[in-house]
Design a binder for this molecule. Structure first.
Ligand code: KG4
Ligand code: ZN
Length: 331
């Protein structure tokens, strides 16, 4: 079975082809970062228009790269939510129209299920069951993954997602959009231990996250500190350490609580090197089997949607005929 995957939930247009025998055959990505950077964040209307412009050429590119003629595609998967409604509808309409023209099934994929399954594109792929830490711009979640489609949410953010906290704190520090990678880069020049930022919700039991107070702590520290060389780099470092320590502690707690010994990390913040290193240490200490997607598949991409769609179609997903998308959609 060969599946074309389409991702348009936010500011990346991603298209990929996944084949049951040959694995990932092609993936093409267009990032809209430059279009949104001047506004300091994603502008939904610009996102939709840019997806419309880029989707058709990217589909052509992915089909050509995979050497697929249209008749060799057995199904089309597209991100049906959660995300920006207009952006989602571009991918949904395009994907369903292609499927209709090719007379193959179409399947709407949950964006976070795409992230969750992305580590399975790597080799060795993790076996089920595992614990998944999903940390993106819109979500922070800990999920016990018992099998395909058998997801138990153990904890999630009660306010800002981890990536959102990175983005908002980066803005406070005067860094350009997208803030996460910019903040991580600045933190490389910082010294740790100057600011005692909180590790939110770690002192009480439970697996939920809360990152908005951390961003506020940075705002106060910035207000109360005398300007000096390296101040913002030190702040970025301590902020990053606070997020990384919090996520690591919650992962350790969730592993203990569930008895699982396999951890999968995905979503844009999964590209953060300090998080990857720190979780690596924890995994060694606890004899936990740790899996990440490659860096380019941590952030939004078409490969994870093609793969998740393949898994769903393979599992005999029942299909609804209408073009549908959901801005909000629990996993
Ligand atoms: O998964 P993703 O591409 O989109 C969503 O589904 O939201 O995640 C994007 C988020 C952004 O908040 C971005 O700042 C963050 O991931 N991010 C990072 C890094 N790379 C991307 N955060 C920290 N360190 C990074 N290296
Ligand atoms: Zn995402």
């Amino acid at each position: 079975m060969r599946v074309l995957g389409i991702e348009t939930s936010c500011d990346e247009t991603g298209v990929a082809v996944y084949d049951s025998e040959q694995g990932l055959m092609a993936h093409a990505l267009h990032s809209q970062v430059d279009a949104h950077a001047v506004y300091g964040g994603v502008v939904p209307e610009i996102a939709s228009r840019d997806h419309i412009r880029k989707l058709s050429p990217l589909v052509d590119q992915a089909l050509a790269e995979s050497g697929s003629a249209a008749g060799q595609i057995d199904g089309v998967a597209y991100t049906a939510g959660p995300g920006l409604m207009g952006a989602l509808l571009v991918g949904a309409s395009f994907g369903r129209s292609l499927a209709w023209a090719w007379d193959v099934p179409a399947v709407g994929v949950h964006h976070m299920e795409g992230h969750l399954l992305a580590p399975l594109l790597e080799s060795p792929a993790p076996d089920f069951p595992f614990l998944a830490l999903l940390v993106s711009g819109g979500h922070s979640m800990l999920v016990a993954v018992h099998g395909l489609g058998r997801y138990q949410t153990l904890g999630q953010s009660i306010d800002d997602a981890a990536g959102e906290a990175f983005d908002k704190t980066a803005k406070l520090l005067g860094l350009p959009y997208p803030g996460g990678p910019a903040l991580a880069k600045l933190a490389e020049d910082g010294d740790p231990g100057h600011f005692n930022f909180p590790r939110p919700l770690t002192r009480r039991p439970g697996l939920d996250f809360s990152f908005s107070g951390l961003k506020t702590a940075v705002a106060y520290a910035l207000r109360d500190s005398e300007e000096r060389p390296g101040l913002k780099a030190d702040m970025a470092r301590d902020f990053e350490d606070a997020v990384v320590e919090t996520l690591t502690l919650k992962c350790r707690r969730a592993l203990k609580q569930t008895g699982l010994d396999r951890l999968v990390v995905a979503g844009g913040v999964g590209a953060n090197q300090r998080l990857r290193d720190r979780l690596g240490e924890m995994a060694r200490e606890q004899s936990v089997d740790l899996h990440f997607p490659r860096l380019e598949f941590c952030t939004d991409n078409g490969a994870m949607i093609a793969f998740a769609g393949y898994c769903r179609l393979q599992g005999g997903e029942s299909l609804t005929p209408e073009i549908s998308a959901r801005a909000r959609w629990p996993l």
